[in-house]
Ligand binder design. Structure first.
Ligand code: PLP
Length: 490
């Protein structure tokens, strides 16, 4: 591309991005398209002749933008939000242009060393000991997989060479977590060849936290039955409800039993940087590994997860493999990031985290995360004070689980599920907000999470207004449910 053409297209693109990032709410938060709509508007084959950036960009706006669910919309409060912040977006622009491939130190000394430095910053903000060495992965699922791989390596180092199949001498491994642990732990069990049945669900208390005595009982029962407890995955900020497993008590058990303890703090880790919320990381310094996802609540665009291991050499032992064509004089003397991951080609992810942390500063990040927690607490208060709504779980951080529960549907659990499902569809169809759901103790629960950098009190208030107006429309006060009861929905 000629430098002049690049500059012209680049200016247009940067202009578009600048507007997009600041007026993300001019598009609906949730894409309003049907499956196949976008595909049907795109040619099935690549163009034979090259096209201009102008034409390409015009199709991007015309065809693709309507099919985007806008994670950058300030009304995006579904799942766990992620922010494509300004400094993060600029860093991604640079990353693509530099196209660093950081498999070896020599293939990108800066990407390798910046990753070490920036993960050191995050470790310090999380108050983790310097014995925890970090590595960047593409997401929490990969970080969970690598942590459990390290656990397997620690327990049975010869599996790397001989595998697990047909090994009568190796007892079946088990992993412990709760039903609220992210499904990527199941995926890790599948990928590691342990099988999904190896994942034991430990019962939770009223606050959806792992019951440590029940964990101890499950481990002892498994040992008696000939299983080999491999790892416990405790979660600081579970996906469904943001509950915080009692890491200190779990660490006592794991130390006594000699079991790898991994903490998944993909979402909530950001809050541990705030003095009033440091307690959520109590006991985490005693674990074997912990992950935090800056692409969730640290204003870093997708994708970037940070995995810390107290003994990173265990992960290296599991994965390091240097073919002749990659060996070089520095091998052994420097960090080669390929030794701590599955993929070989690695992009320069550390750059965006570095730019985000420098641009906002640790103080700026703490202020924003604290404000998100304040807003969620405010929302939780509105819910708890409204007779037509109820909280379904404690809300320790910025996630609120709740449902509409009008008097006319009291004790009609089927009707309440149906009402809340319909309510969610209606408010999401507004395009002004996007919420998601989960199931808690069998009930259909709405989830509202404050985590996008531009979400403010205005958006929380609007979400609340929309929810209340919609419930009043669906179930007019003092009237019987408007076609919503469980019997009418079958
Ligand atoms: N762990 C937790 C607690 C999560 O909530 C999630 C995703 O929401 C993950 C792991 C998976 O992270 P990722 O989507 O980055 O793979």
């Amino acid at each position: 591309m000629h430098p002049l053409a690049f500059r012209e297209a680049g200016h247009a693109l940067v202009d578009w991005i600048a507007h997009y990032l600041h007026e993300g709410d001019r598009y609906p938060a949730l894409a309003r398209v049907a499956p196949g709509d976008i595909r049907s508007r795109l040619p099935a084959t690549a163009p034979e002749e090259g096209e201009s950036m102008k034409e390409i960009f015009s199709d991007f706006e015309r065809i693709l933008v309507p099919g985007l669910t806008h994670w950058n919309h300030p009304g995006f409060m579904a799942y766990f939000p992620s922010t494509g912040s300004g400094p993060g977006a600029l860093a991604e622009f640079l990353t693509a242009a530099l196209n660093q491939q950081a498999m070896l130190w020599r293939t990108s000394p800066s990407a390798t060393e910046l990753e070490e430095v920036v993960l050191g910053w995050v470790r310090e903000l999380l108050k983790l000991p310097s014995t925890f060495e970090g590595v960047i992965t593409d997401g929490g699922s990969m970080s969970n997989l690598l942590a459990l791989l390290a656990a397997r390596e620690d327990a049975a180092p010869d599996v790397r060479a001989h595998g697990l199949a047909g090994r009568q001498e190796i007892p079946p491994f088990t992993i412990y977590c709760t039903e609220h642990t992210h499904s990527s732990v199941d995926k890790a069990a599948i990928v590691l060849g342990l099988g999904q049945e190896a994942v034991r669900r430990i019962p939770v208390d009223d606050g959806f936290r792992m019951r440590a005595p029940a964990l101890q009982e499950a481990i002892s029962a498994d040992r008696r039955a000939g299983y080999r407890p491999l790892a416990v995955v405790a979660v600081v900020g579970t996906t469904s409800v943001s509950s915080i497993d009692p890491v200190t008590e779990i660490a006592d058990i794991c130390e006594r039993e000699g079991i790898w303890l991994h903490v998944d703090a993909a979402y909530a880790g950001a809050a541990a940087m705030i003095p009033e919320y440091e307690w959520i990381f109590d006991g985490v310094a005693r674990t074997d590994s912990v992950l935090v996802n800056p692409h969730k609540w640290l204003f870093t665009p997708l994708d970037l997860s940070a995995l810390y291991c107290r003994r990173m050499n265990v992960l290296r032992k599991a994965l390091a493999l240097t073919p002749d064509y990659l060996a070089n004089r520095q091998s052994g003397a420097v960090t080669n990031l390929m030794d701590m991951g599955i993929q070989l080609a690695r992009r320069f992810r550390a750059l965006k985290l570095w730019m985000v942390l420098r641009y906002f500063g640790a103080g700026g990040i703490r202020t924003r995360v604290s404000e998100h927690i304040r807003l969620a607490q405010q929302f939780a208060q509105w819910v708890s004070q409204d007779p037509d709504f109820e909280l379904l779980a404690p809300a320790p951080l910025s996630l609120v689980c709740f449902r509409a529960a009008p008097h006319s549907l009291k004790d009609d659990e089927g009707g309440l599920d149906a009402l809340n499902e319909t309510l969610l569809d209606h408010v999401n169809a507004s395009g002004e907000i996007f919420l998601s759901h989960t199931r808690l103790n069998g009930c259909y629960a709405l989830r509202l999470v404050v985590g996008h950098i531009r979400t403010s009190e205005v958006h929380i208030a609007r979400a609340w207004q929309l929810l209340r107006e919609t419930v009043n429309r669906l179930v007019p006060p003092d009237l019987s449910p408007n076609g919503i009861s469980s019997s009418s929905r079958g």
